[in-house]
Design a protein. Sequence first.
Length: 81
Amino acid sequence: MLKIRLQGTKNDIRWFVRLLQRDKRFELNNVSTFFDNVGTDKYKRVYAEVSRKKTDSDKKSINAKQLNEQCHYVGSGMVIR
């Protein structure tokens, strides 16, 4: 899990939060309300927690040894599986 601070205009922060919500790779948790930045009214801050979603492909990951056994190198730089 990552705890991140987003800083920018309200529109830019809303755009990025929606982008994270729509991305199937991430799970967005605990998005805060807007906080004022000292010295400016234009920019705001938002805090959020982002984590990776667990997928079936995560469970089927291949380690380096298995990958080397499945592939072989051809002199032109091509790898054939």
